[in-house]
Design a protein around this ligand. Structure first.
Ligand SMILES: [Zn+2]
Length: 157
């Protein structure tokens, strides 16, 4: 609704709003990750989890405004797939990013679980989501990173 309203305002202003605003993406993008990944709000901090084309996972810290930032000593883990036999991703620090040395298992539809601890050994909080790499029909993101009401789950709070 908000995005429709914005579109109308922009049209009134005589600007070329383009496809994005008409589809409602212009507003949603403000809440999305800078690289198109999933925004996670954990421990009063913000992170972006991006699944790269090679299916490796990349995690960066974000500011409140969701701009790239730096980690502050958090300990982060990612496991994926069958709960009885999950694949643990080995995250390696590359500059300000954590990048997994191994790739996500083939396919999709399985659970990815991200744990964040304020420091090594601390209590973990989790972000769990279903791996869905399809394009969301309603916003500019893939389903796992979707920022619109479509497909919004309780786990994104
Ligand atoms: Zn969406």
């Amino acid at each position: 609704m908000k995005s429709v309203f914005l579109g109308i305002i922009l049209m009134f202003a005589g600007l070329n709003v383009g496809m994005a605003a008409e589809k409602g993406a212009a507003v949603d993008v403000a809440r999305g990750g800078p690289n198109g990944g999933r925004v996670m709000d954990l421990l009063d901090s913000h992170f972006e989890l991006l699944i790269r084309k090679d299916r490796r996972v990349q995690i960066i810290a974000l500011t409140k405004e969701l701009k790239p930032s730096q980690f502050t000593g958090q300990s982060i883990g990612v496991v994926a797939g069958d709960r009885r036999n999950p694949t643990k991703l080995e995250l390696v620090k590359e500059a300000d990013k954590l990048v997994s040395r191994n790739a996500l298992p083939e396919g999709s539809g399985y659970t990815v679980s991200v744990s964040v601890r304020a420091a090594a050994g601390g209590k973990a909080v989790y972000d769990r989501f279903n791996l869905n790499l399809a394009k969301c029909p309603d916003c500019a993101f893939l389903e796992y990173a979707c920022v619109c009401a479509h497909g919004k789950e309780a786990q994104r709070e």
